[in-house]
Design a protein around this ligand. Structure first.
Ligand code: NAP
Length: 491
């Protein structure tokens, strides 16, 4: 995608607001620029762009999706040093791309949107500081995993050492020579444990549920490969396509193919079987199907957890006391630092923002039962209010970057229609409900719904809020909008 300069074409003065300057928001901005729209602002609540890669700076932070695949397909970076990107490198990459494509001047920082109200055919957005912004079209690119969950553990406030959620890591707290506790065993915790084992005085991991771990190798990309990717787009594209095929096959195995599933499960079982201490192996053995929770892809977690300076505690936590964590068996685990790797509220989506659409209908009303949307992207009665990576977006089967690229392509088509016809566009309720029923049924049948575990994928009814469709399937589903599924009104 090469952004064109703004043309004087019809509707190019349309006013847009994008909410959030993470991977999706920046991508949407690039797409607007490419289409000749320059009249837009990205409202970003923080003081920097980068979304999850700005928030997560914990030790060992990285991405377990191959770095080339975790990049925009049009903004190739041949220089990734290793197969998997480190957090800081990913943050720098997205910042570089935003700068290169002219997105940075459009970002307004420190602007957390608290409400969006449709008034006389235009959206009026209010930010926490009291600023107001008007827009013909709003695109919420607010991300999914950005509201940290602080666990409801008695006495947490009483801890005398340093305690913080992993997405708010306090780098002023020294770790060397300290007794560090980590609550949780998800993808975040496993990266932290892998990074800190042997580097702190003692590492205590509080595990409520064991995780399946799929071992991967984070190999360096040798200089000659990087040079070849830099010199030849074809070379780079062929590697990108190969990674996509591999990820798609693995994602499909997780959700449909029996044979693929068995092969993947065996890799996890073999890795687990290699744990030397049978008691530790027992502790780390999950009691649910592989892939039910998001798989941990790790180069080194099982080695790290076997380090003599690491202890896995499976007795439930009773309370936190000033000296550390007290477990139900009466043991006091003394700590200097306590990291809460306890995940995120994945069901908030654009909330707590208050959104009020047609006839005073609020998003909370539309979403009272379930977060109803049409294809994760548009909400009935909320005309010209579009979402990237909204409820029931695919996940776990592909790189989120590929997914949001497909969604942005679809949103761009809706935008063209809105602008060309000068209309308010919203999905009809019936197709939205039908799509929701279909996607929920698909999700229930996936291992996420049937694998016998609890996870952030599940909503209060126990149904996964992710679409198990693969990237190729999503591309087909979102290739061209079905205009019969939308209502058009004059603006
Ligand atoms: P998570 O997967 O939701 O894991 C939270 C962990 O905290 C779980 O082990 C959970 O135990 C535990 N926990 C929560 N409340 C607890 C309590 N009150 N007492 C004891 N334990 C408690 O969160 P995450 O690890 O931050 O990962 C979230 C998602 O972010 C991932 O699934 C992934 O999609 C994404 N992520 C991706 C990468 C990457 O490399 N691509 C890296 C990090 C994160 P239970 O299992 O028993 O609930």
């Amino acid at each position: 995608m090469t952004p064109r300069q703004g043309t004087a074409g019809q509707g190019k003065d349309t006013r847009f607001v994008i909410i959030g300057a993470g991977i999706s928001g920046v991508l949407m901005a690039i797409k607007l620029l490419e289409s000749g729209y320059r009249n837009f602002t990205i409202l970003e609540k923080a003081a920097e762009m980068g979304g999850t890669w700005r928030d997560n700076t914990y030790p060992g932070v990285g991405c377990d999706v191959a770095a080339h695949l975790y990049s925009y397909s049009f903004a190739r970076n041949p220089w990734w040093r290793t197969r998997y990107g480190k957090g800081a490198d990913i943050r720098d990459y997205y910042h570089r791309v935003a700068r290169r494509y002219g997105v940075l001047p459009h970002i307004a920082y420190g602007c957390e949107v608290t409400s969006a109200v449709l008034e006389a055919g235009r959206w009026v957005l209010t930010t926490r500081g009291g600023g107001t912004y008007a827009a013909d079209i709003v695109i919420a690119a607010t991300g999914r995993l950005h509201h940290p969950v602080v666990p409801d553990i008695a006495g947490l406030e009483s801890f005398a050492g340093a305690s913080f959620h992993t997405a708010r890591w306090d780098h002023s707290v020294p770790l060397a020579g300290k007794r560090v506790g980590v609550i949780g065993t998800g993808s975040t915790a496993t990266q932290i444990v892998t990074a800190l084992a042997g580097k702190v005085a003692r590492l205590t991991v509080f595990q409520r549920t064991a995780q399946w771990v799929f071992p991967v190798k984070d190999t360096p990309n040798p200089w000659w490969k990087r040079l070849a990717w830099a010199l030849s787009r074809r070379n780079w594209e062929s590697y990108y396509r190969q990674l996509r095929r591999e990820t798609e096959a693995r994602g499909k195995a997780a959700t449909s193919s029996e044979e693929g599933r068995r092969a993947r499960d065996q890799v996890c079982l073999d890795a687990l079987a290699a744990i030397r201490d049978p008691q530790l192996r027992d502790k780390l053995t999950p009691d649910y199907a592989v892939g039910c929770k998001r798989l941990v892809f790790s180069d080194g977690f099982y080695e790290a957890i076997q380090h003599p300076g690491v202890e896995v505690v499976v007795d439930p936590i009773d309370r936190v006391v000033p000296q550390g964590v007290l477990t139900k068996d009466g043991t006091l685990h003394e700590l200097d630092v306590l990291a809460l790797a306890t995940g995120f509220d994945a069901h908030a989506y654009v909330r707590p923002m208050q959104v009020t659409g047609e006839d005073g209908t609020t998003l909370d009303e539309v979403w009272r039962e379930l977060p109803l949307s049409y294809r994760s992207i548009a909400v009935p009665r909320m005309p010209n209010f579009l979402m990237i990576n909204g409820p029931y977006s695919p996940g776990g089967t592909a790189s989120v970057v590929g997914i949001v690229e497909v969604q942005v392509g679809y949103v761009a088509q809706l935008i063209e229609r809105i602008v060309q016809a000068g209309i308010l566009l919203s999905p009809r309720e019936e197709p939205a409900r039908q799509w929701l029923d279909e996607v929920r049924e698909r999700a229930r049948q996936s291992v996420w719904g049937s694998g016998g575990c609890q996870s952030w994928y599940l909503d209060k009814t126990g149904t996964p809020t992710l679409d198990p469709s693969t990237l190729s399937e999503l591309q087909e589903q979102l290739a061209v909008p079905d205009w019969d599924h939308f209502i058009e009104r004059p603006r």
